[in-house]
Design a binder for this molecule. Structure first.
Ligand SMILES: CSC[C@H]1O[C@@H](n2cnc3c(O)ncnc32)[C@H](O)[C@@H]1O
Ligand SMILES: [Zn+2]
Length: 436
């Protein structure tokens, strides 16, 4: 057999349906796909390859999937900390976005985000932000994978004047990226409190017709739910259900307020929840009942949210927080174990984005979106269980090699498709402008 690339790793966490953990195995890659997974010695004997990468002391995992972010908000990192959601949004973030966000802001902010995420082992992200055509282009140029949000809000912004215009621009984006190998699109109405019934209904219809996911903030805080009930006598979840949005294409972000019947409904319709534990903690938004959701069979993925409410785009950190918080909230130390946190950051994210036949696990035929971490650091030794070190102890500096669709985008910790100094310089210029 012939392969373009062979990766020999000391440990492989496949995240396949059996959660197989392999030792001293090799992955063979051709045309950007995983063609063979076999013991190291057998691979040496039977496969000829153009390139071989030896990874002693490393664990190889599927690329991490950030299932909810606002990438360009890296440029607002640390601008307004220690505030609750609505004060943060109405008094700080929205006025700043109104003044500064344009195509150039989105290009530079997204590039910073892509660089941060790739260096942290994130190979795919699900975005919701203005000027999505710019985020898509920057991400494609960097060789990263993304699902780019076709955003919809009721109010006018520098990007679009009305719900009809947001939707028209979304449709153009969908057309532009039809059949693209790395860039997909999803409808991204911002939240039930910022999008009215008519555009939400249109999104539901178009999502069905185009076969794309719907990505929305939902039940982020108790106030969101109480305000809706006081104003309209209906919980936002019930309203979305009435409008036809609760179903297998839905990625509902946050979900800190959930009644038992809503959990049953999520499970029976196959809708996904995207848990953003660090953003929820920082904005004191509430606690998503992750253990209950998993027990009910709901697909739970992981997201960072934007860098202005986290303040990083670190999925390794998010896995650890999700595992720890899941125990604290449920009162059970065995809730959200390390293997489950890894599934949430990989295959569950892929499923939430409708990409689980393509990415999210190390299986034959899937895209070679792979991440290698060097575990030979004092704080990840000794090593009993690689998944334990990965989730509870490893840091982003241990991400050494990253491939997206078989292309190496991080080599020995250094980006191959982006220029670190240039990206940092642009970020600093924006910081001086906005802060000055
Ligand atoms: C329509 S583009 C996305 C919009 O969402 C804002 N945003 C960022 N984080 C959150 C959050 O946690 N809840 C609600 N809205 C959020 C962002 O600033 C953009 O305006
Ligand atoms: Zn968000």
């Amino acid at each position: 057999m012939h392969a373009e690339l062979l990766i020999h790793a000391e440990w492989i966490l496949t995240v396949d349906p059996e959660n197989r953990q392999l030792t001293d195995h090799t992955i063979a890659i051709a045309d950007g796909r995983i063609r063979a997974i076999l013991p190291y010695e057998e691979a040496r004997r039977t496969i000829r390859a153009e390139q071989t990468v030896e990874l002693p002391g490393h664990v190889l995992i599927p690329g991490l999937i950030n299932a909810h972010t606002h990438a360009a908000m890296t440029l607002l990192r640390g601008l307004a900390d220690d505030l609750p959601l609505m004060t943060w949004l109405h008094e700080h973030i929205w006025p700043t976005e109104g003044r500064w966000v344009d195509a150039g802001f989105v290009a530079d902010g997204t590039r910073l985000a892509v660089l941060e995420m790739l260096r942290g082992g994130v190979t795919c992200y699900n975005d919701m932000y203005f000027h999505p055509e710019v985020s898509a282009q920057v991400t494609d140029e960097a060789g990263m994978r993304a699902v780019i949000g076709m955003i919809v809000v009721d109010f006018p912004t520098g990007y679009a004047a009305s719900p009809d215009e947001y939707i028209a621009k979304g449709l153009a984006l969908h057309e532009r990226y039809r059949d693209h190998p790395l860039i997909r699109v999803a409808w991204a109405p911002h939240a039930p409190y910022s999008v009215s019934d008519a555009p939400l209904q249109r999104v539901a219809t178009l999502a069905f017709e185009l076969g794309v996911p719907v990505h929305i903030h939902l039940h982020e805080t108790r106030d969101e739910v109480e305000n809706a009930v006081n104003a309209h006598g209906e919980r936002p979840f019930a309203r979305l259900d009435r409008l036809g949005l609760i179903g297998p294409s839905l990625a509902s972000v946050h979900m800190t307020q959930l009644e038992d019947a809503e959990i049953v409904r999520l499970a029976e319709t196959g809708a996904s929840v995207v848990h953003c534990p660090e953003s929820n903690l920082k904005l004191a938004s509430g606690f998503c009942p992750v253990a209950k959701l998993l027990e009910a069979g709901v697909n739970v993925a992981l997201g960072t949210d934007g860098a202005a409410s986290n303040n990083d785009l670190n999925l390794l950190g998010e896995m650890r927080t999700a595992a720890l918080l899941g125990k604290g909230v449920s009162g059970s130390a065995s809730a959200v174990p390390a293997t489950e946190a890894l599934r949430m950051a990989t295959i569950n994210g892929a499923r939430a984005l409708g990409l689980d036949s393509e990415i999210g696990s190390i299986e034959l035929g899937k895209s070679a979106d792979l991440v290698a971490l060097d575990l030979r650091d004092p704080h990840t030794q000794p090593l009993y269980h690689p998944v334990s070190q990965l989730v509870y102890a490893a840091g982003r500096h241990q991400v050494r090699q990253v491939w997206v669709r078989g292309r190496q985008v991080i080599r020995d910790g250094v980006p191959t498709t982006l220029h670190l100094a240039e990206v940092l310089s642009e970020a600093q210029i924006w910081g001086a402008r906005i802060g000055g």
